[in-house]
Write a protein that binds this ligand. Structure first.
Ligand SMILES: [Zn+2]
Length: 279
């Protein structure tokens, strides 16, 4: 999956200023500034930037391997370093190397959060960064806002040797998927699993087993992968606002074109290959 890196990811928050060899993650609405060569992304070093760009507001993001990464929002006025362009997430998510794709996607999620919390949502005053943790604080009314991470579930429902596959309605993503949805306030993540399966397909499930999680930062989500078994009737009633289709598929009927970056892809793949213990 896209977050499985071969190098250390240290995201403990701290106050730090960029050095010449720090990695610069520069975001504009249409993507992250990177050089593209042979399907690989590379980011500029802080020291390569113009004095105007170095003078922007920079924030420490995280450390990957031995490199410290800092982020800023592009101001549209500074000259771009030669050989670099803004690359959108739909383009870079299937490129390499893995650590660069991860860094770009995580930084965009952080950027979106900083951008959405420039002003206090309670009193409207400008907010500032906390001195002690990754948080935005309103100096006027005291509201504290933490990074936006939305918990959601990905559910592999099995019925004997068949797996429940779905297709989303009206989305760019056209491949088969699993039942998925966001947790609501006041429910356990297991209840989210039962509710989403019931809402999207009309089915009931039992024997829930947690598989693993994935920080799906492209949509500011934290995904919890669950496996479970059908309980009762296997008759599917699809929620037409969410799904265009849903059905039961035997291992040999499941198409094999799953992306290696997603938890959904890994869960479908494991069922198809018989390496999943719930089939
Ligand atoms: Zn306020």
């Amino acid at each position: 999956m896209f977050q499985d890196l071969d190098i250390r990811y240290d995201n403990a928050w701290r106050k730090a200023a960029p050095e010449a060899d720090s990695v610069a993650l520069i975001r504009r609405e249409d993507g992250i500034l990177a050089a593209l060569s042979d399907g690989r992304l590379a980011f500029p070093a802080f020291g390569q930037l113009s004095p105007a760009a170095r003078g922007l507001e920079w924030r420490y993001a995280f450390t990957l391997g031995e490199s410290e990464y800092f982020l800023t929002q592009w101001d549209d006025e500074s000259p771009l370093p030669e050989g670099f362009e803004f690359v959108a997430s739909r383009e870079y998510r299937n490129l390499g190397p893995k650590d660069a794709v991860f860094a770009a996607a995580v930084s965009e999620s952080l950027h979106r959060w900083y951008e959405a919390n420039r002003f206090c949502s309670r009193c409207g005053k400008p907010m500032r960064d906390s001195d002690t943790e990754r948080a935005r604080v309103c100096p006027d009314c005291g509201l504290t806002v933490y990074p936006k991470i939305c918990p959601a579930v990905i559910v592999a429902v099995t019925h004997g040797d068949r797996l429940l596959l779905t297709k989303y309605q009206g989305r760019a993503f056209k491949r088969y998927a699993l039942v998925a949805g966001f947790a609501e306030i006041g429910e356990s993540i297991e209840d989210t699993v039962r509710r989403e399966v019931l809402e999207e397909t009309g089915l009931r499930v039992k024997n829930l087993r947690y598989y693993k999680s994935q920080p799906w930062v492209f949509t500011d989500s934290l995904l919890f992968g669950f496996r479970c078994e059908l309980e009762g009737s296997d008759k599917i009633t699809i929620q037409q606002s969410e799904l265009s289709e849903a059905g039961w598929y035997r291992r040999d009927e499941i198409p094999g074109d799953y992306s290696g970056i997603s938890l959904t892809g890994e869960m479908i793949e494991r069922f198809k290959n018989g390496t999943d213990d719930c089939g």
